[in-house]
Design a protein around this ligand. Structure first.
Ligand code: CDP
Length: 225
């Protein structure tokens, strides 16, 4: 089977729209591979923060992205063999990731690495540009949204559960800043791709969102047989 025949479910959406949790659970249910593309940008951010790299140095950041020595072991993410799964979820990694994700050279350096996740029997990929740039020919594309209030509540709960202490007001500011940064950049801005369906998850539980995504995907994939 060539990679072109591998089914891909591409899920895009803004920060804290729930796409990470949903994508991961949809992948588990279908027994597909899972790509958390945001984790790649967060890993580059973590290295840049630790090495005090000047965030204006696009070429240096692109080199870091190209040379990433990482492993995804189920839910665990390893950087040079160190478990950084929780560390990269810190808000500083998210905001730094958002800044460096605006650089075309960084995005290019991560492109092949992301496409390499496309393996039999299928892939669920989540990010900002899965539908538009990384997997434009995906079998099924969906854009998840939610109201700003519910996104703030979800992110708050997620961080508190990880033992990371945060203030609601800081989360709100971070999400608004990140939305602005992700939408205003000239390369791969956060946009709903023309071929993507829309799902507003504000009033839905995680299970309802997962079921709806699988239902829509199944409708499309059985139609194409
Ligand atoms: O969890 P959250 O949705 O807030 O962020 P994430 O998916 O972990 O991604 C962190 C940052 O990386 C985002 O704010 C984006 O700026 C950037 N990113 C991107 O530009 N393209 C992607 N495919 C994934 C993430």
């Amino acid at each position: 089977m060539s990679t072109e025949d591998v089914p891909v479910i591409a899920i895009d959406g803004p920060s804290a729209s729930g796409k990470g949790t949903v994508a991961q659970r949809v992948a588990e249910k279908l027994d597909f591979h899972y790509l958390d593309s945001g984790a790649l940008y967060r890993l580059v951010a973590l290295i840049a923060i630790r090495s005090r790299v000047n965030l204006a140095n696009e070429m240096r950041l692109a080199n870091i992205a190209r040379d990433l020595n990482i492993k995804f072991l189920g839910q665990e993410i390893r950087l040079e063999n160190e478990n950084v799964t929780d560390l990269i979820r810190a808000e500083i990694c998210g905001t730094t990731a958002s800044k460096i994700a605006a650089y075309p050279q960084v995005r290019n350096a991560l492109l092949d690495r992301q496409r390499a996740f496309c393996l039999y029997p299928g892939l669920v990929a989540d990010g900002r540009d899965m539908c538009s740039v990384v997997f434009p020919n995906a079998t099924f594309k969906i854009f998840l949204t939610a109201s700003i209030e519910s996104r703030v509540q979800r992110r708050y709960k997620q961080l508190i559960e990880k033992g990371i202490n945060v203030r609601i007001s800081d989360i709100l500011r971070n999400i608004l800043d990140r939305d602005a940064c992700d939408m205003d950049r000239s390369v791969s801005p956060l946009l709903r791709d023309a071929g993507s369906g829309l799902l507003d998850t504000t009033l839905l539980t995680v299970t309802e969102v997962i079921d709806e995504v699988i239902k829509r995907y199944t409708e499309i994939s059985t139609k194409n047989i």
